[in-house]
Design a protein around this ligand. Structure first.
Ligand SMILES: CC(=O)N[C@H]1[C@@H](OP(=O)(O)OP(=O)(O)OC[C@H]2O[C@@H](n3ccc(=O)[nH]c3=O)[C@H](O)[C@@H]2O)O[C@H](CO)[C@@H](O)[C@@H]1O
Length: 373
C-alpha cells in the first residue's frame, strides 16, 4: 500500500502521525511518505525517524482580513499547487492528516483528486484545519467521543478510535522504569511534566511542593521542567535553600527522553492537558492532577481535561487558580488517600485506548481498499 501522512507544527500533531505510520507498517508493510513544512518541527523529527519526507508551503489562516492573513492565504494556495504535484507523483492509496496547517493543502489536494482521506483529531475541540477538511475527507478518527458533535454536519464520518500512543508507553514495566530513572521501589512516585515544552506556572508552583515534600518518607518526585525552564526552577529552589541533590527523594530534569519509563513508574501525575499526554496517562491508568494550558486554541486543553475529571480519573486545577500551596495540598490529599488513588487509577484505565493506533491504521487501510480504480 502507498500512504501519505501529513501533520505538523507541534509534537502533538507529529508524534500521532509517526505512531500511525508504524501501526500501518505492522499490519501491512507500506511505502509511506510524510509531508510537512520546511519550518515545522517535523522537518527535524521525521527524517530522524527514518521516514521519507517531502515539504509543501502552508500558513495559518484566520477569518479576519489582514496583511499577514493575505500572505498566509497565498502561501497555502502555493502549497495546494505543490500538494497536487506531490500527490500525483506519489500516487497514494490513502492520505492521513493528523492536524496542523500543513494538512490543509495536502488533504484538500488528495480529496480533490479522488484519493481516500482520513483526518485524526486529538482534541475535544477540533482545530481549524480539521474543521475545514471534515467536509472533504472520508473518515474522521477522534480521540474523544465528545469531539463528534463539534463536527456538525460531518459527524456521521466520525469514528471514535482514541488517540494513538507509542508502543513503548504500553510495554514499559514499573521495575524497568524505577531502575532506569534511579527511583526507589518502596515509595509512591509523583511524575510532574508540562507539555512537550514544559509549563512555567506548574514549575513555579512546584517550588512550594518540593519545599513541602523534600526528605518526606515514602514519597519521591520526578519533575521534568521543559528545557528552557530548568535553570529558573533550580535557581528558585536554591533561593529557598533547597539543594535537590541532597533531598534524597526529588529528581528534576529539563526533559524526559524516557517518558515511557517515567509513566511506568508513576503512581500520580501532575500534567498539562495536551491530548497525547492524556492518552498516555489513561493508556497506563495513572491518576492525575491536570492544569490545562489556558492559552491553547479555544481553551481546548480544559475541555480535554474535563473529560478525565468527569469520569473520576483526574482532578483539574485551572491555571488561574494554581498556587504552590494549592498544588501541594492536592498532591498531599491524593497520596494520603490510597482508596481514592486506586479508584482514580481504575477510572483512568477505563478511558485508555491502547489499541487506538492500530484502529486508525485499520480504518485507513479499509478506506484505501474501498477506493474505486
Ligand atoms: C500548547 C498546545 O496547544 N499544545 C497542544 C499540543 O501539545 P503538545 O505538542 O505539548 O503535545 P501533548 O501534550 O499532546 O504531548 C506531549 C508529548 O511529549 C512527551 N513528553 C513531554 C515532556 C517530556 O519531558 N518528555 C516527553 O516525552 C509526552 O510523553 C507526549 O508524548 O498538541 C496536542 C495534540 O493536538 C494538544 O492537545 C495540545 O493542547
Amino acid at each position: 500500500m502507498r500512504v501519505i501522512i501529513s501533520g505538523g507544527g507541534t509534537g502533538g500533531h507529529i508524534y500521532p502521525a509517526l505512531t500511525i505510520a508504524r501501526a500501518i507498517n505492522e499490519i501491512e508493510p507500506s511505502d509511506i511518505l510524510f509531508v510537512g513544512t520546511k519550518q515545522g518541527l517535523e522537518a527535524d523529527i521525521v527524517p530522524k525517524e527514518g521516514f521519507p519526507f517531502a515539504t509543501v508551503d502552508a500558513g495559518g489562516i484566520e477569518r479576519r482580513l489582514t496583511l499577514g492573513n493575505l500572505r498566509a492565504l497565498l502561501k497555502t494556495f502555493a502549497g495546494l499547487l505543490e500538494s497536487f504535484a506531490v500527490v500525483r507523483r506519489f500516487r497514494p492509496d490513502v492520505v492521513i492528516g493528523t492536524g496542523g496547517y500543513v494538512c490543509g493543502p495536502v488533504l484538500l489536494a488528495a480529496s480533490l483528486l479522488g484519493i481516500p482521506a482520513v483526518i485524526q483529531e486529538q482534541n475535544v475541540i477540533p482545530g481549524v484545519t480539521n474543521r475545514i477538511l471534515a467536509r472533504f475527507v472520508g473518515r474522521i478518527a477522534v480521540g474523544y467521543a465528545e469531539a463528534a458533535n463539534n463536527f456538525g454536519a460531518n459527524r456521521d464520518k466520525v469514528v471514535v478510535t482514541g488517540n494513538p500512543v507509542r508502543p513503548e508507553i504500553l510495554t514499559a514495566t514499573r521495575e524497568s522504569g524505577l531502575r532506569d530513572l534511579g527511583l526507589s521501589p518502596g515509595k509512591l512516585t509523583v511524575l510532574v511534566a508540562g507539555g512537550s515544552r514544559g509549563a512555567r506556572s506548574i514549575n513555579t508552583a512546584m517550588a512550594d511542593v518540593h519545599a513541602r515534600f523534600a526528605g518526606r518518607e515514602g514519597i519521591q518526585i520526578l519533575h521534568a521542567t521543559g528545557s528552557a525552564e530548568y535553570n529558573n526552577i533550580v535557581g528558585l529552589l536554591a533561593e529557598r535553600g533547597i539543594d535537590v541533590t541532597k533531598t534524597g527523594n526529588i529528581s528534576i530534569v529539563p526533559y524526559l527522553y524516557n517518558m515511557p519509563q517515567a509513566l511506568a513508574a508513576a503512581d500520580l501525575a501532575v500534567f498539562r492537558a495536551g491530548a497525547i499526554g492524556l492518552a498516555e496517562l489513561t493508556a497506563r491508568g495513572i491518576p492525575a492532577i491536570l492544569v490545562p494550558y489556558p492559552h491553547a486554541a479555544e481553551n481546548h486543553q480544559e475541555f480535554n481535561a474535563r473529560v478525565l475529571e468527569s469520569r473520576g480519573a483526574a482532578v483539574v486545577i485551572r491555571d488561574a487558580a494554581l498556587s504552590g500551596p494549592r498544588l501541594a495540598d492536592a498532591i498531599d490529599a491524593l497520596l494520603g488517600d490510597r482508596a481514592r488513588l486506586t479508584a482514580m487509577a481504575k477510572a483512568s484505565g477505563e478511558l485508555g485506548r491502547p489499541e487506538a493506533a492500530a484502529a486508525i491504521a485499520r480504518l485507513a487501510i479499509d478506506l484505501a481498499g474501498g477506493r474505486p480504480n
